[in-house]
Design a binder for this molecule. Structure first.
Ligand code: ADP
Length: 459
């Protein structure tokens, strides 16, 4: 029942009492006049009816009108105003946002900041600091002031922690005049990916242009100054053939890399016999080793080693590591391809890349697989010049070539180890290098194998 209904009910008995008093008073006065003979019977009755009707009209007329507007209760008005107070209405949204966000009131204080913003700007939870104290970025402060004054939206890109993080601040007018909302978007990964893509395109174009320029130069010479020098043509054609081969290798490596990157997030599904797979892959390298005058040794435990792997990709890993070892081995030197098993991934990491106590090593890919998983590993060792320590951590970056500093005597694309790294990432495995300058290098890969009853160490 409404408050108004209650009031009507409380009014009713009092008005009825008034009506009763008026009517009976009027009748009593008329009766007195009739008894004193002042009026006749007809006048008495007529007067009684008129006065009763008047009292009835008073009764009805004094009833509260149902249409009449009433003032709202003071308490109710205050509550509803409170509920729409702008800073209260925006606060839950700021607190619920999954991005850092804060509200600056028109007096310049930060009145609301969610946990992400507090962590980002290392704000004191208890105090309400001024934006100057919190933001510490001149561009941000200037944008906040402009938005507070002009009410237009702005976006400001800025860096945090030196240049380690890149952020975009979306600055918008807040709900109250002069207030400002700031929401921060982390662009670090996007900018890094953009830079990597730009670097990659620049490197790939440069690598492709070099042989093309050489071929183009020889064509010009053969058409012009050496037009009639047929003897010189043989030499030119040989170099043009080599440059064409280099371009073919580069394009093949780029295609492999892009194919592997594309499938990197899909784990391989097929079960392979690892020892057999590695043996076939290294046999395929025999002719290359023979041509280079290098002795190629292969060893694997005499047991079945089962793993979930992509056989083409694992063969490519062996081929890339072993062909590097053949390329960089000393003349008439030796290259060894060794396959082994270990009870855990952690032990495999040591087994495949920690041979010489004086050697320098670098972990090029941290495996995703659990440390305790049983593992299979391959170590490819050569007896070449080795790689100096400062180059080791960067091996596996696309187009990175350590021997550029040695005059780039040996041909290569700088993509072979990047391909190995991506393949091993797809197999949840690791990649490490160990090198002792003047004595040679060893590259090791390891990955989980299926659990089975095999000896824990090889050979
Ligand atoms: P490339 O086609 O240049 O060999 P990779 O990605 O396979 O490209 O290797 C990158 C660089 O790592 C090589 O340019 C070389 O400097 C160095 N490198 C790789 N393997 C060896 C090795 N076995 N001995 C010495 N240096 C190596």
């Amino acid at each position: 029942m409404s408050q108004r209904d209650n009031e009507n009910q409380a009014d009713s008995p009092k008005r009825f009492q008034d009506f009763f008093v008026l009517t009976s008073g009027a009748i009593a006065i008329l009766a007195l006049l009739f008894l004193t003979g002042a009026i006749g019977a007809v006048e008495w009755i007529t007067g009684a009816i008129v006065m009763s009707a008047g009292a009835l009209a008073f009764y009805v007329g004094s009833a509260p009108s149902q249409q009449k507007p009433r003032q709202a209760p003071v308490l109710q008005t205050a509550t509803s105003e409170d509920a729409v107070r702008p800073e209260n209405s925006i606060e839950p949204f700021i607190l619920a946002l999954p991005l850092p966000a804060l509200l600056i009131a028109n007096d310049g204080t930060v009145t609301t900041a969610n946990t992400h913003a507090r962590n980002m700007f290392r704000m004191d939870v208890a105090s309400l600091p001024s934006p100057m104290a919190v933001l510490r970025q001149p561009d941000l402060l200037a944008a906040a002031e402009r938005v507070s004054r002009d009410g237009a939206n702005e976006r400001v890109e800025f860096t945090q922690h030196g240049d380690a993080e890149v952020w975009m601040a979306h600055v918008r007018p807040g709900p109250e005049a002069g207030s400002v909302i700031m929401v921060f978007e982390d662009l670090t990964a996007v900018r890094r990916a953009e830079r990597a893509r730009a670097d990659f395109l620049a490197n790939a174009s440069h690598e492709l242009r070099t042989p093309l320029t050489a071929i183009g130069g020889f064509i010009e010479t053969m058409r012009g100054p050496a037009k009639d020098d047929k003897e010189a043509w043989d030499g030119f054609l040989e170099i043009m053939g080599q440059q064409t081969e280099r371009m073919k290798r580069l394009v093949a490596d780029l295609l492999s890399l892009s194919r592997i990157e594309f499938s990197e997030h899909r784990a391989p599904k097929n079960q392979v016999e690892f020892g057999e797979l590695a043996r076939k892959a290294s046999m395929a390298l025999d002719p290359i080793a023979k041509d280079a005058g290098i002795k190629l040794h292969f060893d694997a435990p005499d047991v079945s080693i089962h793993a979930i792997a992509d056989d083409h990709e694992i063969a490519q890993v062996i081929q890339n590591l072993a062909s590097n070892a053949i390329k960089y081995a000393r003349s008439e030197g030796e290259v060894q391809i060794l396959v082994g098993v270990s009870p855990t991934m952690a032990e495999a990491a040591t087994a495949c890349s920690r041979q010489s106590p004086d050697a320098k090593r670098s972990l090029l890919l941290q495996p995703y697989a659990a440390e305790g998983a049983p593992a299979v590993w391959i170590r490819v060792t050569d007896d070449g010049e080795g790689i100096s320590e400062n180059h080791l951590p960067r091996l596996g970056e696309r187009f990175y070539r350590a021997d550029e500093s040695r005059g780039g005597k040996i041909e290569g694309t700088g993509l072979g180890l990047a391909i190995v790294k991506h393949i091993m990432a797809r197999h949840r495995g690791g990649l490490a290098v160990e090198s002792l300058e003047g004595h040679g290098s060893a590259f090791g890969i390891w990955m989980p194998r299926l659990r089975e009853n095999v000896p824990t160490e090889t050979l």
